[in-house]
Design a protein around this ligand. Structure first.
Ligand code: NAD
Length: 358
């Protein structure tokens, strides 16, 4: 199979491969779509076993960014970059400067930011060679840690789902939170402040115990969180939490959380729907983080300071989009993840038409 026939490539505008002999940089920048604006998505540094594996990951992630950015109503397309290497042992300032030159070579069609294995400090090195970098620190345009903003978006989404599905408020529900790291921790605190009861689990014992002391949450073992008697199951750990194995154990009528790629496969979305569960599509409800990054890109572009009020308006709009997805799914009796994909594709196509007409 050639690159152009591979299912992962489908829909991509371009894929750029970079090799820098001096630093050993091997990087792929995938641009899925610039229909709504320049492609934006983080850079992941990972010890991929092969270039093919790195390419497939870049393609899969860049398409997901197009969908996420469209649903967050941002004037951004989707892209992603990967650096092949071990982030613990192979990082050098020169490597990230070389990566900055690679981003610059794409000519502003791609904006990079952090992802797994890449820190704000690494990006500061890249920034010496290109302006198309967000996620910096100590800059008036800097947006800072996106996790609290992601958590705020998820919090608003959970509240919306509780009102839609149960006609109740947060002070009248129990939420099971799987993973209380950066986003899950902030989310749990917000839910607690709103009066919700919490059941929490994390493989990091210290993190759960600290949060339980703060919020009075009930702690359960990581393997037991799926059986929690809750109104909402909020996956905030790794991808693939909802699978053929775990779904039968979930009794909560709502699944709404921060994790990316919550559904183990496409069939699971249908199975969730058939069990009558209200599912908030992950890349819609967790769009707060990219909204925060978009706020930084906007500020850098305008040479202005970061504007939290702009982010807040976009978060409200995100909740409205989630409501529209859930409304359409209910009306048409279809899985919400399928409806979200359809709306995302239509928004991307609409962007392309607008650009062609301009
Ligand atoms: P994080 O690493 O800070 O937190 C994840 C937590 O999950 C950790 O505390 C970890 O110990 C725990 N965990 C791992 N495996 C577990 C298991 N089997 N059971 C219970 N807990 C487990 O990461 P984060 O930044 O909070 O992100 C959480 C999820 O949200 C990820 O899927 C991420 O891709 C997604 N997300 C994050 C952001 C953001 O702004 N950080 C934005 C969008 C989506």
């Amino acid at each position: 199979m050639t690159l152009f026939d591979s299912p992962a490539f489908e829909g991509h505008e371009g894929v750029h491969a970079f090799y820098d002999e001096k630093t050993g940089l091997k990087s792929i920048i995938a641009v899925h779509s610039t229909a709504r604006g320049p492609a934006a998505g983080g850079c992941r540094m990972w010890p991929y076993a092969s270039a093919e594996e790195a390419l497939t990951d870049a393609l899969r992630l860049s398409r997901a960014m197009s969908y996420k950015n469209a649903m967050a109503d941002l004037e951004l397309g989707g892209g992603k970059s990967v650096i092949i290497g071990d982030s613990r042992t192979q990082k050098t300032p020169a490597l990230f400067e070389a990566f900055g030159r690679a981003v610059e070579a794409v000519g502003g069609r791609y904006w990079t930011a952090e992802d797994v294995g890449v820190s704000p400090e690494d990006l500061a090195h890249a920034r010496r060679r290109t302006r198309y970098v967000a996620g910096l620190e100590g800059h008036p345009a800097a947006s800072g840690d996106p996790s609290p903003v992601t958590a705020e978006g998820v919090f608003r989404g959970v509240r919306l789902c509780v009102r839609r599905a149960l006609n109740r408020d947060l002070d009248d529900v129990t939420v099971a939170v799987q993973g209380v790291g950066h986003v899950g921790g902030h989310l749990a605190r917000k839910l607690h402040a709103a009066g919700a009861k919490l059941i929490i689990a994390d493989v990091n014992r210290e993190a759960v115990e600290r949060l339980a002391a703060e919020t009075g949450a009930q702690v359960v073992a990581p393997s037991a969180i799926f059986d929690a008697e809750a109104d909402v199951f909020a996956p905030c750990a790794m991808g693939g939490a909802i699978s053929r194995e775990t779904l039968p154990r979930i009794t909560a009528p709502i699944i709404a959380g921060a994790a990316n790629n919550q559904l183990a496969d496409a069939d699971t979305g249908r199975a969730v729907f058939e069990r009558g569960i209200l599912y908030a599509p992950d890349y819609v409800i967790n769009g707060g983080g990219i909204i925060n990054v978009a706020g930084e890109i906007r500020a850098l572009d305008r040479d202005e300071a970061f504007d939290p009020a702009w982010v807040d308006v976009k978060l409200d709009r995100l909740a409205q989009t989630l409501d529209e997805v859930l409304e359409q799914a209910q009306r048409e009796r279809r899985p919400s993840n399928e409806v979200a994909n359809e709306i995302a594709r239509a928004r991307i196509a609409g962007g392309a038409e607008k650009r062609a007409a301009a």
